[in-house]
Write a protein that binds this ligand. Structure first.
Ligand code: BES
Ligand code: MN
Ligand code: ZN
Length: 481
């Protein structure tokens, strides 16, 4: 657990501090004291954003870390996040650290800078070690951060930052949890605990209820599984809310592909296939504490996608919640089947907007690489709103089209639609078009996380494993609504 305290620029940091930073702009390297400049040069320190150089500790036992910020004119909130992340990694073994990063970047919004720095430091300390063995000794790490800042009400911003970072960590924990442990029932029970501690109403539908509610997509995917499905419904209703948004998150607790089986390699990371559902739960877990002004409902259909004897066969047809029949030609295109029901339920609530979020297609990352999530929407204003939030959080999302001319690819010989297209191209948009068949609302937006949800190796401020991608932007979007 990391705690933050703000320290006015006039006050000295406390005696326990053993690590401090010295901010360096790439175009002002020459302003460093001559000796330091010499060390920096000899160590190849160029002061690019994220560059750090730990200076040999002096006799005081304190270390000073040079932290690069790039060119002064180009400093952004994302620079502060990168720099904070690198600084936290460089001093990871210190318990009490001090940072002046919140004062960098003179043109930046001060409150946002404080938040960016605190979020990035807390998230840099994230580790998933819940399932290490008895011999594992957790390393001591940063416990207290003294943030030197001129912002008067910094404590407020720090409290908000901690909440947001907690949400991201929750999404990461859920994503890193093995599929054999985080069953639909286990996920639902986590959701109940979270709801109880965060002012949310929660409803969990078991298999009987799911059958009674005619969630044909959830049941079809669940046929091959030994674990029962669940559907989690969360609601946040502040007083005087004048808008209502529904979030729908894909909750496939493990995706083997079903009978259209994945390759061994393709399956290795598929415990992450509930990342959309985790993002919805994690985002909602802090809406009350952050004072989000609008009503938000979260819908998370949960099942794994397995190959048991009753598993759906390619060619099978089911009837979805909204009455449409679906021919399943590839059982590995399962996320869209459970989302179909989730989106129908969302539409029935007649909200002002529906957003769904899912690790839906590998093609999203073929198109955009793993740093971006793909966005498709029927409402340009909602897209603009989300992108504005992404600008603030630094999370990268990019729009893809929903071309009506591809819609015939989903025509089925035996049912209303089939669950895959007929060619090899445009898989992300085809999946989006499939989902659209189950949306009955003016304003809908779909986020396909692709591989942004899970990193093979740590990159920039993202850790290895589950990233918690989109939690910060969804939180921003709802709180700014
Ligand atoms: N969960 C996968 C998509 C995925 C793959 C997300 C890798 C993140 C990393 C999804 O259920 C899936 O298998 N999609 C198929 C769709 C295809 C069968 C039309 C895919 O992307 O190959
Ligand atoms: Mn799949
Ligand atoms: Zn999947």
């Amino acid at each position: 657990m990391v705690t933050f305290a703000s320290i006015p620029t006039t006050k000295d940091s406390s005696a326990e501090v053993t690590a401090t930073d010295r901010l360096v702009y790439a175009d002002q390297l020459s302003k460093l004291p001559a000796k330091l400049a010499q060390v920096a040069t000899s160590q190849g320190f160029k002061a690019k954003p994220g560059d750090t150089l730990v200076l040999p500790s002096s006799t005081t036992g304190k270390v000073e870390v040079l932290v690069g910020l790039g060119a002064k004119s180009e400093v952004s909130l994302e620079t502060l996040r990168k720099a904070s992340h690198s600084y936290a990694k460089a001093v990871a073994k210190h318990q009490v650290i001090s940072t002046k990063l919140a004062m960098a970047g003179t043109r930046l919004d001060k409150a946002a800078s404080v938040r960016a720095v605190a979020e990035a430091i807390q998230l840099a300390t994230y580790v998933y070690d819940a399932r290490k063995g008895l011999a594992y000794e957790p390393s001591e790490g940063i416990e207290r951060v003294e943030l030197v800042t001129k912002v008067a009400d910094a404590e407020d911003e720090l409290a908000k930052a901690a909440k947001v970072a907690d949400s991201v960590s929750l999404a990461r924990d859920l994503g890193n949890e093995p599929g054999g442990n985080l069953t639909p029932e286990a996920f639902a029970s986590v959701a109940e605990d979270i709801a109880a501690s965060s002012g949310l109403d929660v409803e969990v539908w078991d298999k009987d209820r799911i059958q009674a509610e005619k969630l044909g997509g959830v049941l079809a995917v669940n046929q091959g599984s030994s674990y029962e499905p669940r559907l989690v419904k969360l609601s946040y209703k502040p007083e005087n809310a004048d808008a209502h948004v529904v979030l729908v998150g894909k909750g496939i607790t493990f995706d083997s592909g079903g009978l259209s089986l994945k390759t061994p390699k393709g399956m290795q990371t598929m415990k992450i296939d509930m990342a959309g559902g985790a993002a919805v739960l994690a985002t909602m877990s802090n809406l009350a504490k952050l004072g989000c002004p609008i009503a938000v409902t979260g819908i998370i259909p949960l099942t794994d996608n397995m190959t048991g004897g009753y598993a759906q066969r390619p060619g099978d047809v089911f009837t979805a919640r909204n009455g449409k029949t679906v021919e399943v030609l590839n059982t590995d295109a399962e996320g869209r089947l459970i989302l179909a029901d989730g989106l129908s339920l969302a539409s029935e609530l007649k909200p002002d907007a529906i957003l769904d979020i899912a690790t839906l297609t590998g093609s999203a990352s073929v198109a955009l690489g793993t740093a971006y999530a793909a966005v498709m929407s029927t409402d340009a204003q909602l897209t603009a709103r989300l992108f504005k939030s992404c600008e603030k959080t630094g999370e990268k999302m990019w729009e893809l089209p929903l071309p009506q001319e591809y819609r015939p690819q989903l025509d089925s010989f035996v049912a209303d639609v089939k669950n895959i297209g007929s060619g090899a191209y445009g898989g992300t948009s085809i999946a989006g078009l499939f989902l659209k068949e189950f949306v009955d609302a003016e304003s809908w937006l779909h986020i396909d996380l692709g591989l942004s949800a899970f990193a093979e190796s740590a990159k920039g401020i993202q850790p290895k494993g589950a990233t918690g991608f989109a939690v910060r932007s969804l939180t921003q979007l709802l709180c700014d609504w």
